[in-house]
Design a protein around this ligand. Structure first.
Ligand code: UD1
Length: 423
């Protein structure tokens, strides 16, 4: 599994990328499905296939072991069994990943109480948890935030309700689904997020016997207190963000790529942008092919909840826009402060101006290699992509962030023809 170190990537830009790859399982699906697997609390096993071996997954394994679960790790799957024996997720562990927030919904539902450190994750601006806590309270729990953690307790019993979300927050929807599995009656979520990872969670919950309908639409209904059972296998969907990184990289460098296991409907929002830029795309149910001559037209991109373009791709799309000849505009409505990489790109020769959550990119100018640092998963990715199109050598530090988000990103790029050395 992943390792943290002080290594850097040395990238020589200007090479075309060509070839075929398989992307790994979706990190954000994997994290929440690992927690959902713990809804099976009778000792029997849930086997999750296609879990990407990332440092964030290592932390989740550590958390699940801490609360008493048995985790078997092998080449093919992660097996989750055993019974929950502890409802305390220490701050030290919880603060390392955003996905730790799902332990709140799980443990309130199963144990009726929880002590959980505040979640961490990428530093991409404020990441409040008010919607999570108010949903828990609506279903019958009382939650207090104190000294870097949340303490929650079910007052009498959890009872399903109709919950309208003021914003389609991915994490809030997942957490409601997890707690609602142990609430009496039906929980209805309106204005639900529609991300593919939520559909994946619903499919996994259905597999273990929970009745969930409507995932992928803006109304999800969960029937609690069902007959939850283990001895189940479930395969996580391929990562659409990793898919997007490779498609955008080849669009920028020129060349052709086939991502053999990408699911087209998960990637439609990005495919539309890449076509607008002038690349050729062929896709069927499974597998996406892209061809680019590296000469790109500018784009206007609104980053929105799915089926809008994913905020996790925003830094990579901005990097793509530096290659598009003319003015592109990128507006992020999801995380309006997720712009920690702009200074670095401008140091490399990009011309990006920021006005609140709006970026104007005067693209098509030459980029030059520089020594730059990524501060979160997607910023670091954007700088690697910039290195692929820059003249000369780009040295990217902050490589530990890449280990949180991708399995062997640099090796996959090297297999496509990139000149990257890690040392
Ligand atoms: C998840 C993903 C993250 C992705 C994001 C949006 C995981 C582990 N992380 O994060 O990679 O970028 O979805 O697709 O799956 N908000 C509130 N109050 C809340 C919760 C959220 O105001 O209680 C706001 C956030 O500040 C943000 C917006 O809602 O502006 C979207 O956040 P949300 O969809 O919840 O993202 P996460 O679940 O944190």
């Amino acid at each position: 599994m992943g390792q943290t170190n002080e290594q850097k990537l040395y990238i020589r830009g200007g090479r075309q990328l060509n070839g075929e790859i398989l992307v790994d399982g979706a990190k954000n699906s994997a994290l929440v499905c690992m927690v959902a697997a713990c809804l099976v609390n009778d000792g029997s096993e849930v086997r999750l296939y296609n879990i990407p071996r990332l440092t964030d997954i290592d932390i989740m394994i550590e958390i699940l072991r801490k609360i008493g679960k048995t985790i078997e790790i092998n080449e093919e799957y992660i097996g989750i069994s055993g019974c929950i024996a502890d409802c305390d997720v220490p701050i030290k562990l919880a603060s390392k990943i955003r996905g730790s927030i799902y332990l709140m919904g799980l443990l309130l539902g199963i144990v009726g109480k929880v002590k959980c450190g505040l979640p961490g994750g990428d530093k991409i601006g404020p990441r409040p948890i008010d919607m999570h806590l108010s949903a828990f309270e609506m279903l019958g729990a009382k939650c207090e935030m104190m000294d870097g953690r949340v303490e929650g307790v079910v007052i009498k019993e959890l009872v399903g309700r109709h919950i309208y979300l003021k914003y389609p927050s991915v994490g809030t929807v997942c957490n409601i689904m997890l707690i609602a599995a142990n609430a009496k009656g039906k929980t209805i979520i309106d204005n639900a997020a529609k991300e593919p990872e939520i559909v994946d969670l619903a499919n996994m919950m259905i597999k273990i016997g929970i009745k969930v309908t409507g995932a992928g639409t803006d109304r999800i209904v969960i029937e609690g207190k069902g007959n939850i059972r283990g001895n189940v296998d479930y395969e996580i969907i391929p990562d659409r963000i990793e898919t997007g990184v490779f498609l955008a990289s080849v669009a920028m460098t020129g060349g052709e790529i086939l991502i053999k296991n990408a699911i087209t409907r998960h990637n439609f929002p990005l495919l539309a942008i890449l076509e607008e830029c002038g690349t050729t795309i062929e896709s069927n149910g499974e597998g996406i092919y892209l061809r680019s001559n590296g000469i790109l037209k500018p784009v206007n991109v609104n980053i929105m909840p799915f089926p809008g373009v994913a905020t996790d791709l925003q830094p990579i799309i901005t990097t793509l826009a530096t290659k598009c000849i003319g003015e592109s505009v990128v507006i992020d409505y999801v995380f309006p402060e997720r712009f920690q990489y702009i200074y670095e790109l401008n140091c490399m020769g990009a011309r990006i101006e920021r006005y609140s959550n709006i970026l104007k990119i005067n693209g098509g100018k030459k980029m030059y290699g520089a020594e730059v640092k990524g501060n979160d998963i997607r910023s670091a990715t954007a700088l690697v992509c910039a290195g692929l199109i820059a003249e000369g050598e780009t040295i990217v530090s902050g490589v530990e962030h890449l280990l949180r988000g991708y399995v062997n990103l640099e090796n996959k790029l090297i297999s496509l023809g990139a000149d990257i050395v890690k040392r």
